[in-house]
Design a protein around this ligand. Structure first.
Ligand SMILES: [Zn+2]
Length: 815
């Protein structure tokens, strides 16, 4: 979103008190390939505000005519000012605007493979106003009627089913009116999309899976439909309300910024989840969670909606939490292991930054909303819901949710409404819980000491009420096996008598949200035997403890990297492997001193290759080891073989992996434009095109880097071109190539931020940051840039980057 055109919570509250919006009747013409035109008729009442003024949002349009109740209205580029309101009002606006290329509003994409055109909308949190005039806030729900004029050979999808009438080379589409919904859930998807699979849920709800023509053959729609149906069954049973909308389409859309979006009846999903080559099971599982997350929103978010973005956390955390419950039912039995490895790691990181905030955030305006789609809102919120459920019981939790849905269907609510229902259902007073978990910040560290049969557990600040499991592990047939377990509520210091155990694990089963600090004896045992623990969730918890020690500078990055090489091959959970290899990359990039990083990287890469050679042929862990190897190695001969799709015995190198290998060769100066062009000629898909963008950005000459910098900062790249160019830009083997850009970043970032939409600005601020130069000087420059910028979103990003640099300096000192 354009950062200068915010809407404040106060303005939204005033509008909600003044207006009641009935209906938007929209006609969009998308036959032109540069801009779309809109005719909108908005009907609303203002019984208590006759004669007063208000405004309606419309961002970046050319307004041809705009009349309220027959009188012309003014437009300032972001708002139409509505003066002299009547009890019953009709606003008629005719306008046009260019398509978006940043994934915000109505995005347009042309497939480089076949020149086919694709449009899709993305409106959350406040980008419906880029498409049509709208009272852009979640609590002014209305019905939407949509007509679309489009090229005759296109498919057009929206929230409700539509029918077309073809007239020469155009088609006129008319969609059924939606039920009451918030504007951020509006959807228009149009272009040469094809329906890959169709089906139904319970013969009641039509299901569709859609994708671009050129990707359709890669979509494994059967598995997606199966997961979707499992989700329908789970949610209808547990929520006590049948699916509230007419149909359920899931559409893979190009150049999508997020994972997916819960538009009513028309969920859009990133094409990263179309697998044209083998991907780790971690990614397959993440897709399943995403499918179930979006489906949960149809009830929690779409049917019952937050009043304002203060409750965004609840919207997202609830969907994230219940999607893991549903995933268990859909056959992903290790869903809580993934939750630990992925979600919690994200939450702990975010919660230790100086910018952390209570789960219930203070969203004063849209700028605050934009930066709060973060690890607190999604992951910490979901973690504390898991702790809440451990405390009140799953059945009570679901009973409260059911009565909440029954009371608030089709309307807007606040968190206190849900809390009241949960409290009634469980018979527990929850305001104290909410105060401890939702209104405070920070992660508690749980440390423990075992003396014979006496276990003492200590909480660091912030001290909270934790419901935890304690697991007792002993060696059985050479494996560390849980032989006993208990559950209890923790005090600030808790001492209990325990059965004999080789290893005690506090927060066994991962019910609470806390960092773990095992005692010295336990750490020694973990270092030796982590891979032999028989429970993937316990392993993930202890891997997490090891990572925290490393991030906190209490153990060296080399210890952590060795631990991975020692035990990763025994890891059966794909998400844990995925998370570990990502942490290894962070450790090498940030926590190893510059003078030693080359050697550490070499040792680690060699270790990975050795493990890949001895791993089961074609296994998930082997795939991930080879991917990580390509990321870290400087060994051109092996990479060259992989680029030519040769390498390990019995291991098939996919097109995507061959691209990664070629990119590494480019960075090593062992391949260049000729090889990139040849690879692109063989793979002229959109994936190939983006891989080439990244490869070109990796060419290791000062001239090429200068050109890439110009491209990146020139404002002409689409969101995904930009992301790939940025990734390639800083992936260098010789840091001297980037030296001149340390200063350039600080010189230009304010200007770049001001000139870009939020998504672009965020990519630039994070992706171009000189993380390649971890020095006191960078830390100082970052902190002074954070202090002087007048943009709150940029200030927050720079503050977090400053924290990262600081943490890296401390970790290096511990090396
Ligand atoms: Zn969501």
């Amino acid at each position: 979103m354009s950062k200068t055109h915010t809407i404040t919570r106060h303005e939204a509250q005033l509008r909600a008190a003044t207006l009641d919006v009935q209906h938007y009747q929209l006609h969009l013409d998308v036959t032109d390939d540069a801009e779309f035109t809109v005719r909108a008729v908005v009907t609303f009442t203002a019984d208590q505000a006759v004669g007063q003024d208000t405004f309606i949002d419309l961002l970046g349009h050319r307004v041809h005519s705009a009349q309220l109740n027959g009188h012309d209205v003014d437009y300032d580029g972001a708002r139409l000012n509505l003066a002299d309101l009547q009890a019953q009002n009709e606003l008629v606006v005719h306008s046009s605007a260019p398509y978006s290329t940043t994934g915000e509003g109505l995005h347009r994409f042309v497939d480089p493979f076949d020149e086919a055109e694709y449009l899709y909308s993305q409106c959350e949190p406040a980008d419906a106003r880029r498409i049509f005039p709208v009272f852009e806030q979640p609590d002014l729900k209305a019905t939407f009627g949509l007509e679309v004029t489009a090229p005759a050979h296109w498919s057009v999808l929206s929230n409700e089913p539509g029918a077309q009438r073809v007239d020469g080379d155009v088609a006129h589409w008319e969609f059924a009116n939606t039920p009451l919904m918030s504007s951020y859930l509006f959807a228009l998807i149009a272009g040469e999309y094809v329906e890959v699979a169709a089906g139904s849920w319970d013969e009641r709800v039509p299901l569709g899976i859609w994708a671009r023509k050129s990707l359709a053959k890669f979509v494994d729609a059967d598995q997606m439909l199966e997961i979707t149906r499992a989700g329908f069954a789970f949610y209808e049973r547990n929520f006590g309300v049948e699916y509230p909308f007419t149909k359920y389409d899931q559409i893979f859309v190009p150049e999508f910024n997020a994972g997916a979006m819960e538009n009513v009846g028309a969920v859009t999903i990133t094409e990263d989840y179309v697998f044209r080559a083998p991907v780790p099971q971690a990614t397959v599982q993440r897709r399943a969670i995403t499918i179930l997350h979006e489906l949960a929103h149809m009830w929690f978010g779409d049917l019952v909606t937050m009043r304002w973005w203060d409750d965004l956390w609840l919207n997202e955390s609830f969907a994230e939490f219940v999607s893991h419950l549903a995933a268990m039912e859909a056959g992903f039995e290790a869903a809580w292991t993934t939750f630990n490895a992925v979600e919690k790691t994200w939450a702990y990181r975010q919660d230790q930054l100086s910018t952390t905030h209570p789960v219930i955030a203070d969203m004063v305006d849209l700028d605050a909303v934009a930066v709060n789609f973060d690890g607190i809102t999604y992951a910490k919120g979901a973690s504390v819901l898991r702790q809440l459920v451990a405390w009140v019981g799953t059945e009570n939790f679901m009973a409260g949710v059911r009565s909440y849905f029954a009371e608030y269907a089709w309307s807007n609510t606040e968190f206190s409404d849900l809390l009241r229902h949960l409290s009634q259902a469980s018979g527990r007073e929850l305001s104290d819980w909410a105060q401890q978990w939702l209104h405070t910040t920070g992660v508690t560290t749980l440390s423990w000491q075992l003396d014979d049969d006496e276990l003492t557990i200590y909480q660091s600040a912030p001290v909270r009420k934790h419901r935890v499991g304690i697991g007792f592990y002993n060696f059985v047939d050479g494996r560390l096996t849980r032989t006993d377990a208990t559950e209890l509520d923790l005090q600030e210091v808790t001492t209990i008598t325990v059965p004999a155990a080789s290893l005690v694990v506090v927060n066994d089963q991962d019910l609470t949200y806390a960092k773990l600090r095992p005692d010295c004896a336990s750490l020694q045992l973990i270092t030796q035997h982590l891979g032999s623990l028989d429970d993937s969730l316990t392993r993930s918890l202890l891997w997490g403890a090891a990572w925290d020690l490393t991030r906190d500078g209490e153990a060296s990055a080399s210890w952590f990297l060795d631990l991975i090489l020692e035990h990763v091959a025994a890891e059966t959970d794909s998400s844990v492997v995925f998370s570990l290899l990502r942490q290894a990359a962070t450790a090498l990039d940030q926590f190893v001193p510059t003078t030693q990083v080359q050697q550490s990287r070499e040792v680690f890469a060699k270790g990975l290759w050795h493990l890949a050679e001895t791993a089961e042929s074609g296994s998930d862990v082997q795939l991930q080891l080879v991917q990580a190897y390509i990321r870290h190695t400087r060994e051109a001969t092996v990479v060259a073989k992989l680029a030519q799709r040769r390498g390990l015995e019995g291991f098939s190198v996919s097109t995507d992996m061959a691209w990664s290998a070629l990119q590494r060769l480019v960075a090593l100066n062992e391949a260049g434009e000729t090889e990139i062009a040849a690879a692109l000629a063989e793979d002229d898909s959109s994936t190939g095109y983006l891989a080439a963008v990244k490869a070109r950005a990796m060419i290791p000459t000062p001239e090429a880097k200068a050109k890439t910098w110009q491209n990146i900062t020139g404002g002409t790249l689409t969101n995904l071109e930009l992301r790939n160019a940025v990734m390639g830009f800083h992936d260098v083997h010789d840091l001297a190539l980037l030296a001149t850009y340390n200063a350039a970043y600080f010189d230009q970032i304010n200007e770049l931020w001001a000139a870009s939409s939020f998504e672009t600005a965020e990519t630039l601020a994070l992706g171009l940051f000189p993380m390649w130069a971890i020095t006191e000087q960078t830390a100082m420059q970052t902190s002074s840039a954070a202090q002087t910028t007048s943009y709150s979103g940029l200030k927050r990003i720079l503050t977090e980057l400053h924290d990262d640099v600081h943490r890296a300096l401390a970790a290096r000192a511990a090396f």
